[in-house]
Design a protein around this ligand. Structure first.
Ligand code: DON
Length: 559
């Protein structure tokens, strides 16, 4: 918190004093941006050794599972957007699925009330993981380096260990009471039940063994082999739902990207069950006719227009969106420019609407979650935008005994009861109710932007429901306000998600005038320390710019 505040205050003061723009990392050939410096260095080395962006993504994905345990994972799932140098775009869905034993009332007690923490903590909160299948599928289709070589750095860091930065120490220690609930987690993520000291070395021997098996036998080990056996054994001992049949039945999906235009840029993002692409399309389509560049980026008028667009897009998310393999979603209509015309006709430019008038329901918002994103560009111009997660920080907090990795608590992303908000305050409907083998709705928004058919931006973020607006604002900061990638990422953010009916504002970041004007228009504001953590790449005038959001501890490196 202190670090964040002082960073932002410093940036604001510096900008006022010197009216300067801070510089991102520049590179000519390739760039890796991730939330962890060790994993970024792993990816960069792969690129320097002649690997392509997909090779680097696989190596970074496995490395983060070791060096960034709060969100990096093999026990979770995610989404990857790939654009090859020839201009073709592919999207890979490796989201977790509900185990076959799950059903719409699985987290409710006999009276129909939500059982506290049941979808968040422990084995029953876990969906069938997709990460290992996802990384292997990307590799098999586009990878060029030996699979084993890409897992080597992760295995090394798991086996030999690495020193915990202050940030990681604080992050792990903040979940001490949860890790102590599970002997398998206590063994790894505590010092005999006590907190770590900064620079203690975190060794993960069981995880190293699991990664070695995956290096040797591929995803087959995870879904049918020894690792599968360890998962199922632990599920049976701890009343989890995942069975061997669930693991064997898990399949990744290659999907058509959500594609829309914003001004003369093409934006390619993830389709359902990730809602990010559609929600962002609605927001950008609504804003497109306005000359956003003419407004100060932090002005109340600009924020008001964004918020009113976001209000509608998130209401649509809650009502319509879910796994398209199970429910019909009017995607074409939602992302059409015609629908945006209708949305605009409902907006009052001087007053905030009430979310109850846009649709009904009430919600609340809780903090503290983790996902992670990385963006990669290689020397040939191939690009990967990948977001994956365990959902909450350290997922379900339960490590699979003997296998050394944390399980996700992604089941909480389903609408576990109509009208009851999840940990991000999001409400869902029938479209996102739990069904066996269904994928839970996500806010993840890995995105690639092109301009005149050339790669322009690779961007994405963790941050739960706030991911979508953070990615959209970063893209707009570049396109509409001409910022470099660093300034675009560092600028203060705001967020509205229909319910709860408040504008979340990063503090510090906005002037008193802006806040008073927003309130004058009828907006309720709520201050938060940070909204998401964008990892971005921008290609401009032949140079690659990269930047990792200072709201967290990542790093951009290029060559
Ligand atoms: O898929 C989703 O929308 C959530 N499970 C993402 C979680 C997340 O971003 C946590 N981040 N900080």
């Amino acid at each position: 918190m202190r670090r964040f505040k002082s960073t932002i205050t410093f940036l604001l003061v510096a900008r006022l004093l010197w009216a300067t723009e801070f510089q991102p990392v520049f590179a000519e050939k390739g760039m890796v941006v991730s939330e962890d410096p060790l994993a970024t260095a792993v990816g960069l080395q792969v690129l320097k050794n002649g690997g392509n962006a997909i090779d680097a993504a696989v190596a970074v994905g496995f490395a983060l599972a070791v060096t960034y345990p709060t969100a990096g994972n093999i026990g979770g799932g995610g989404f990857m957007v790939i654009r090859l140098a020839d201009g073709k775009v592919y999207t890979l869905d490796y989201r977790e699925t509900a185990p076959a034993a799950a059903h719409k009332d699985v987290y409710l007690d006999d009276e129909g009330n939500v059982v506290k923490d049941a979808s968040l903590l422990g084995y029953k909160a876990a969906g069938t993981p997709g990460t290992v299948a996802g990384l292997e599928a990307a590799f098999k289709r586009f990878g060029t380096k030996p699979w084993k070589e890409l897992l080597d750095p992760a295995i090394r860091y798991a086996e030999k260990g690495y020193p915990l930065s202050r940030h990681k120490t604080a992050s792990i220690n903040s979940r001490l009471e949860y890790f102590n609930l599970f002997p398998s987690s206590k063994k790894i993520f505590t010092r005999n039940g006590e907190p770590f000291e900064p620079f203690d070395v975190l060794v993960q021997k069981d995880l190293a063994a699991t990664l070695k098996r995956i290096a040797g036998h591929g995803a087959a080990d995870f879904y049918r082999g020894e690792t599968a056996r360890l998962i199922v054994r632990d599920m049976e001992r701890n009343r989890g739902m995942i069975t061997l049949a669930d693991l064997k039945g898990y399949k990744v999906k290659w999907r058509e990207p959500v594609h829309f235009t914003y001004r003369d840029f093409d934006i390619f993002s993830m389709p359902l069950p990730a809602s990010g692409g559609i929600v962002m399309a609605e927001i950008f389509n609504t804003l497109e006719p306005f000359d956003l560049g003419a407004f100060n980026v932090n002005s109340s008028d600009l924020i008001h227009m964004w918020v009113e667009s976001e209000r509608q897009a998130y209401a649509d998310r809650a009502v319509f969106m879910g796994d398209v393999d199970f429910v019909q979603v009017p995607v074409k209509k939602l992302i059409s420019k015609k629908y945006a015309e209708y949305i605009r006709s409902q907006i009052d430019f001087f007053h905030a609407r009430s979310s109850d008038d846009v649709a009904a329901n009430e919600a609340w918002m809780k903090e503290s979650f983790e996902t992670t994103h990385f963006s990669i560009v290689d020397q040939w111009g191939n690009a990967v935008s990948n977001t994956y997660t365990l959902n909450s920080g350290y997922g379900a907090k339960a490590v699979v005994e003997g296998a050394g990795f944390l399980l996700n608590n992604e089941m909480d992303d389903f609408s576990i009861k109509p009208g009851v908000p999840n940990q991000y305050g999001l409400i869902g409907s029938f479209a996102n109710q739990i069904d066996p083998r269904k994928r839970m709705l996500s806010s993840m928004t890995p995105t690639i932007v092109t301009h005149n058919d050339s790669l322009f931006m690779v961007v994405g973020a963790p941050g739960g429901s706030r991911i979508i607006t953070a990615v959209a604002q970063t893209i707009s900061n570049v396109i509409d306000h001409g910022y470099n990638i660093r300034t675009a990422i560092e600028s203060p953010r705001f967020h509205h998600q229909w319910k709860p009916d408040v504008v979340f504002l990063e503090r510090p970041g906005f002037t008193d005038d802006t806040i008073i004007e927003l309130q004058g228009k009828g907006h309720k504001v709520r201050y938060v320390k940070s909204l998401a953590s964008v990892q971005g790449i921008l290609i401009k005038k032949g140079l690659i710019q990269g930047w990792s959001d200072p709201r967290r501890d990542g790093k951009a490196m290029g060559f």
